[in-house]
Design a binder for this molecule. Structure first.
Ligand SMILES: Cc1cc2nc3c(=O)[nH]c(=O)nc-3n(C[C@H](O)[C@H](O)[C@H](O)COP(=O)(O)OP(=O)(O)OC[C@H]3O[C@@H](n4cnc5c(N)ncnc54)[C@H](O)[C@@H]3O)c2cc1C
Length: 462
């Protein structure tokens, strides 16, 4: 009998998993159950839709016809209520039961609701001014509220908060950011980097309150614990998320922060159950970014099609997608041991920092100037041993003239989300071909200009 594979959740990790299973000619029957009403979309680009720089209909990753053409049973608007492991089925909210031999959890994450009095109304709904920002429905609701909004408060000054704040400003809404820790982006950058960012944001017209917490909704907006009251027509919650694990917990699977998995992405409790993406916890870590979700999907697809393949963790590369703010973070600069080489220029709004261990770059931060991000990423990826002066020179160097991306060697990784190197891109004749064959540019899109430059340079008439 053909293996029955049921995938719960139809987000970015699942799309990648199904693509890879199809490419590897998986021989079982695949059913995808997604609770959102429409097809899977690129969640990363929601802030660009909010900003008005990306059309909403350009978000779709794969249309339902594609699944049908591949023989995949895609069920939209299908929320899974229970996994009944002893029977080997999943039950939808409408009572429908679907049998599985193997089941994959790819249920993503849920926005955290900060403890603000009045945030949730007695009927359980969010206060009408309050918006979460995780799904397309959240984004559409927020976009619909923009015409009547003059002032907004964004609660949470992490990567998502800064993207949302910039998007609202670009739309002409006077925006203020409230961050509970002492500086912006405190998970990724140090106080100096956070201070540069705060200054950059202020220059762009966004006020920032750090070390302050929103504590109460008021008639006019929101009250902070430092006594300030901020006027707001919109309050957007970007104070982090947590893995969506309720289903796994109820099914008796081991869950810490995420669903605990081993190196074949299988639950440590039941080897018929797998978890990938934001809901999974591997080696004590949950991720929350697309590159690990896609790498896990690839490893799992290989495993499900009988190939020996193991997951060993993913290095983190985070890029901010926001007009006028440039930030890239490689690895975990705040928690990685090493010697720190840094250059901060608050006047022009740049901060560059390398964490170096044994002359190898083990983490890095770039704020305000990403001219060297390609080269530094390449050195970080390859664990290149640098000369004693090189880290300093890398940070002191002027912006390279002209187009440095076309000089990248073939092995240099260009698309961190899909793990695509320059050589594979040069082999494509158009950006569309590269997108289809390698999936480069379909994640955060931060590599789009480099991809275009590489392809154009490789096919210049001689
Ligand atoms: C606005 C925004 C910007 C972001 N920017 C970046 C970025 O620049 N770079 C980056 O790397 N990452 C970014 N991320 C994070 C990135 O989107 C996630 O890491 C990625 O989507 C994880 O994929 P996933 O499939 O695990 O989860 P998701 O894409 O969230 O998909 C999970 C799906 O499962 C569904 N689901 C949950 N429970 C059930 C159930 N019981 N039954 C059926 N379906 C269910 C959910 O509704 C959802 O559709 C961003 C996220 C947001 C919200």
């Amino acid at each position: 009998m053909r293996e029955r594979l049921v995938i719960v959740g139809n987000g970015m990790a699942t799309t990648r998993l199904v693509e890879e299973l199809v490419a590897r000619r998986y021989e079982g029957d695949i059913t995808v159950l997604g609770d959102e009403p429409g097809p899977a979309y690129n969640r990363i680009l929601l802030s660009a839709v909010l900003e008005g720089t990306h059309p909403v209909d350009g978000l779709t990753l794969r249309h339902p016809e594609w699944y049908a053409g591949q023989g995949v049973d895609l069920r939209l608007g299908s929320r899974v209520l229970e996994i009944e492991r002893e029977v080997g089925d999943v039950m939808l909210v409408d009572g429908t039961k679907i049998l599985f031999d193997k089941v994959v959890l790819a249920t993503g994450a849920i926005p955290t609701l900060p403890p603000i009095r009045g945030l949730v109304q007695p009927d359980g709904q969010l206060h009408p001014k309050v918006h979460a920002f995780r799904s397309l429905a959240d984004c559409e609701r927020l976009v619909a509220a923009l015409p009547d909004a003059r002032r907004a408060v964004v609660v949470g000054g992490g990567l998502l908060g800064l993207q949302v704040a910039r998007a609202l400003s670009v739309r002409g809404v006077q925006t203020e950011v409230v961050e509970g820790t002492e500086h912006l982006l405190s998970q990724q950058v140090d106080r100096r980097g956070g201070t540069v960012l705060k200054r950059d944001l202020r220059k762009l017209g966004t006020e920032v309150y750090t070390g302050a917490r929103a504590v109460r909704m008021t008639d006019g907006g929101v009250k902070l614990d430092n006594g300030y009251e901020l006027t707001a027509d919109l309050v957007v919650l970007t104070a982090g998320g947590r893995p969506s694990t309720a289903l796994a917990r109820r099914a008796g699977l081991q869950v810490r922060r995420g669903v605990v998995v081993g190196d074949q992405l299988q639950s440590v409790t039941d080897e018929r159950v797998f978890a990938i993406g934001d809901c999974a916890e591997y080696d004590g870590k949950v991720t929350g970014f697309v590159p690990p979700a896609w790498e896990q999907a690839s490893v799992l697809a290989a495993h499900l099609t009988g190939e020996e393949s193991r997951y060993a963790g993913t290095r983190q590369v985070a890029r901010l997608r926001a007009t006028g703010l440039e930030v890239a973070v490689l690895g975990d600069p705040e928690h990685t041991q090493g010697e720190v080489v840094e250059v901060t220029n608050p006047i022009v709004g740049t901060h560059r920092k390398l964490v170096v261990d044994g002359n190898v770059i083990v983490a890095a931060v770039m704020i305000g100037d990403l001219a060297r991000v390609g080269l530094i990423t390449q050195l970080f990826d390859r664990r290149t041993i640098l000369g004693d002066n090189e880290p300093g020179e890398l940070l002191m160097a002027e912006r390279p003239d002209g187009d440095s991306s076309t000089l990248l060697p073939d092995e240099a990784e260009v698309c961190a989300c899909a793990g695509v190197a320059a050589g594979r891109l040069r082999a494509c004749r158009t950006v569309e071909e590269a997108r289809e064959k390698t999936r480069a540019t379909t994640g955060c899109g931060g590599c789009a200009s480099v991809v275009r430059e590489l392809i154009e340079a490789a096919h210049l008439p001689t």
